[in-house]
Design a protein around this ligand. Structure first.
Ligand SMILES: Cc1ncc(C[n+]2csc(CCOP(=O)(O)OP(=O)(O)O)c2C)c(N)n1
Ligand SMILES: [Mg+2]
Length: 800
């Protein structure tokens, strides 16, 4: 084996490895057995899962990684990460003591909730790995555009559990990565052959190897440690190697758990009749034999360092590192160890083997052989920590207060969005240069075509549109270049969201801000929902445009109708959802969005900024393909503000108002029509245009909380809008989505409410057919109004 690490360095790295194992294990133990926990719930933690990655993480963090590298750490290895940062002076003892507690070190590494410079959050398995892949692509995007070239290329590294590879999004991103020419991406698989429930199938490493090679990755199998390799060179060593190679995962795990005597018994009965083997085994004590047999490469520093340092190319690499779950701990290898916690007695024994004196558990150099000075010097020189804070910043780009768009008599919100982007594409501003659009194979059908025609598709290597060079007429130019501003994805919504997550963190990861806009069909938000949630959790910033939506896409297919998405928009933390009806509204919302996504979110959200107007977030626009008659009006500043705040009166209710119709989105014509028809039979009817049920609702709940806490004058936008409504007036709400989206409006001032919306789906038909069938047409609105308000029958109800 090529020696790349001196004995001295190895010795000190070994000390650090012991320390990481101790601190991570102790952190979990402390939270469960020592810290006061009054609610009776086990704090939990995963000592076995964490221990599995200690050696690999030691080799990476204390030797291989550079400041420009970025890492997604397997969720249950979070204690290792925090321990490493503690050793490097980036994590506090208080937070470690408060592991899994309120404001303590997080159960899974968290960009937003941890303070010790987590690069990428993890938790939902599979997503962190995909994040590293897309972050490599984004790094290439940024550099290809000539930005951030003063910084060296970073490697995006994922530390994955082997069972994470069961997640479908892993395969989706591998294929996309292959298409986009991913590089500078390393995945290190913690191949402990155990998942949560049990020991995993035999021979998975071969499947993995073929899979990764198929997608153009280099694969490095790290199986045996240096002790085992040396033993294989002894007489009888080859037989030992064959025995291990044939040993089923379950048996191997069981023997790891049982220890030296069990290894001896099995080896002797299987291959002990060979003289040489018998000597090889016999010359070792039980403890030595156990140490030898568990010396897998994933626990062997020289092997790991050598393998990592040998990589001399930028192609993606998958390392499959054989490990033992719970390595170094009493439940190592036991199939039930996933959530197992060491008992106090076990911890006491472990403390003794680690040379840690009681009361000195948090001391960084306690129990190590090297002098504190030497250890400190080593830590001070760790390359990974040499770069200062890992969280970069980037200036914000000025945004226009207004966006230009030519509003036609009839337009859909989707065409309006396309027209707005087309106008933006003409602008030579720095802001527009930073816009990057992306779509999972629905670029044209979501109206991004003209933007792409002007700004081009991105690829590191240029390729021409052959249809164009062959002079075949086509509406769209499909030319790729390094300066293109659209990233075309295959049809995988998971990939869309993780790419948005990577693009939307570029300011903090690459120090170069991007303005990401992603489009997809509204129902397929559900397909990538966990990835969307993940992107929001990391505080990635992007604009999501979902179109078409609801049953309004009528003939296009019942299967594509979305019902729950407006509720997702309201409930999803970190994203402000809008459902406009008119194109001038989108112009206002988009101008707001371009600014909102650039705002800094340092610090906690307070009651005052629950709308995140100070801290910003991402944006979700739910649009439709239904052309509707546009309102000719001058956009004023107060109207624009009301649109952004979530609602405005399209028809102001009079002092004796009996009915208010509140609508959102594509059903505007039905609401307008119903209000017109009711006007003769109900007094002072009001028509409320809701542009964001999400912001309207968030403002309302925030104002209530504020008042409960003593800010008696706090008023939300919806409370101000409803302030003059008589208490006996009825409220009909209507949306092409689940009725609960607007039903809460009745609670604002205790008005009687009849929420209309869609609760079932799946029929094709014309818009009129479907609105009638599902009860969101003008007639349904009138019927609802009649049912909840006193007075004579509304004549038009019968007429319709
Ligand atoms: C999407 C998702 N589903 C389920 C879980 C619950 N879960 C956490 S870890 C785990 C299995 C871990 O196995 P592996 O990846 O091999 O990690 P190990 O602990 O063995 O290192 C599961 C099912 C999760 N975190 N995320
Ligand atoms: Mg595993």
């Amino acid at each position: 084996m090529r020696k790349t690490i001196s004995q001295d360095d190895l010795a000190i790295l070994g000390e650090v490895e012991r320390k990481v194992l101790w601190l991570a294990t102790w952190t979990i133990h402390y939270a469960n057995h020592i810290r006061d926990s009054t609610d009776g719930l086990k704090v939990g933690g995963h000592q076995a899962s964490s221990a599995s990655l200690v050696t690999i993480m030691t080799a990476l963090y204390f030797r291989l990684l550079r400041p420009q590298d970025r890492v997604a750490v397997k969720p249950h290895a979070s204690p290792n990460f925090h321990a490493i940062q503690y050793l490097l002076g980036k994590q506090t003892r208080e937070r470690l003591e408060n592991f899994r507690g309120f404001k303590g070190a997080q159960s899974y590494p968290s960009r937003t909730k941890d303070v010790d410079d987590v690069d990428f959050s993890t938790g939902s398995v599979g997503l962190g790995a995909a994040q590293t892949l897309f972050s490599s692509l984004v790094q290439d995007y940024v550099r290809a555009h000539g930005w951030g070239l003063h910084r060296p290329d970073g490697r995006m590294v994922a530390l994955l559990g082997d069972a994470e590879l069961d997640e479908g999004n892993i395969f989706e991103c591998l294929l996309e990565g292959w298409k986009q020419g991913v590089r500078n991406c390393w995945w290190v698989v913690d191949y402990n052959r155990q998942s949560l429930d049990a020991v995993i199938r035999e021979g998975l490493w071969q499947r993995y190897e073929e899979l990764f090679r198929n997608f153009g990755w280099d694969v490095v199998i790290l199986k045996y440690g240096s002790l085992l390799e040396a033993a294989f060179r002894e007489p009888g060593g080859e037989a030992l190697r064959q025995w291990i190679d044939r040993c089923p995962n379950q048996l191997y795990s069981a023997l790891v758990f049982q220890g030296g005597a069990a290894w001896r018994k099995h080896l002797e009965s299987d291959i002990g009749d060979q003289d040489a083997v018998s000597k090889l085994i016999g010359s070792r004590s039980d403890a030595d034999l156990a140490r030898l047999m568990t010396n897998l490469a994933g626990h062997d520093l020289p092997t790991l360092v050598e393998a990592f340092e040998r990589v001399d190319h930028d192609r993606p690499v998958c390392f499959i590192g054989y490990t033992i779950k719970g390595y170094g701990l009493p439940f190592a290898g036991h199939k039930d160890n996933h959530a197992g916690l060491m008992t106090t007695a076990q911890m006491e024994r472990f403390r003794q083997t680690m040379n840690v004196r009681p009361g000195r558990e948090w001391e960084r150099f306690e129990g190590l052989h090297e002098t504190p000075e030497r250890l400190q010097r080593f830590l001070d020189e760790v390359p990974f920590a040499a770069g200062g804070p890992r969280r970069l910043t980037a200036p914000r780009f000025a945004t226009p207060a207004e966006l230009a768009v030519a509003v036609q008599t009839e337009m859909s919100t989707q065409t309006g969005f396309g027209a707005l982007l087309n106008e933006l594409a003409r602008e030579p501003s720095e802001l527009v240069a930073r816009i990057v659009t992306t779509s999972p194979d629905v670029t044209v059908s979501t109206n991004l075509g003209s933007w792409v025609n002007r700004r081009g598709l991105f690829a590191r290597e240029a390729s021409a549109d052959i249809f164009k060079s062959e002079r075949i007429p086509s509406t769209f130019s499909w030319e790729f270049s390094a300066s293109g501003q659209h990233i075309e994805l295959g049809i995988a919504e998971m990939n869309l969201f993780i790419l948005l997550s990577a693009l939307g963190l570029s300011h903090t990861i690459n120090g170069e801000r991007l303005i990401p806009i992603g489009t997809l069909y509204d129902p397929f938000i559900a397909r990538g929902l966990d990835a969307l949630n993940y992107a929001c959790y990391q505080d990635a910033r992007f604009i999501l445009v979902a179109t078409p939506s609801g049953i309004t896409l009528a003939p296009e297919g019942g299967a594509h109708q979305s019902i729950a998405e407006p509720l997702i928009g309201m409930a999803q933390d970190g994203i402000a959802a809008f459902e406009p009806a008119f194109v001038d509204e989108i112009a206002g919302i988009l101008a707001f969005a371009l600014d909102y996504i650039q705002k800094d979110s340092d610090g906690d959200l307070s009651e005052q900024n629950w709308l995140r107007d100070e801290t910003g977030g991402s944006i979700y626009l739910r649009l439709s393909t239904r052309p509707i008659e546009q309102i000719k009006r001058a956009m004023t500043a107060p109207l624009r503000q009301a649109i952004v705040d979530g609602a405005y009166w399209l028809r102001e209710p009079g002092p004796n108002c009996q009915v208010v119709v509140a609508y959102a989105g594509a059903v505007a014509p039905e609401a307008i029509q119903a209000v017109g028809l009711m006007a003769e039979d109900r007094r002072d009817v009001g028509l409320l245009a809701v542009t964001s049920a999400d912001r309207l609702n968030a403002g309302w709940t925030a104002a209530m909380r504020a008042r409960e806490r003593g800010l008696v004058h706090a008023r939300s936008h919806i409370e101000r809008l409803f302030a003059q409504l008589p208490t006996n007036c009825g409220l009909v709400t209507v949306v092409d989505g689940h009725p609960a989206t607007l039903a809460w409006l009745g609670s604002v001032n205790g008005h009687r409410v009849r929420p209309l919306g869609v609760e079932h789906f799946g029929q094709t038909g014309t818009i009129a057919d479907l609105y009638c069938y599902y009860g969101i047409d003008a007639n349904a609105i009138i019927a609802a109004a009649q049912a909840i308000t006193p007075g004579a029958p509304i004549r038009h109800l019968k007429a319709m």
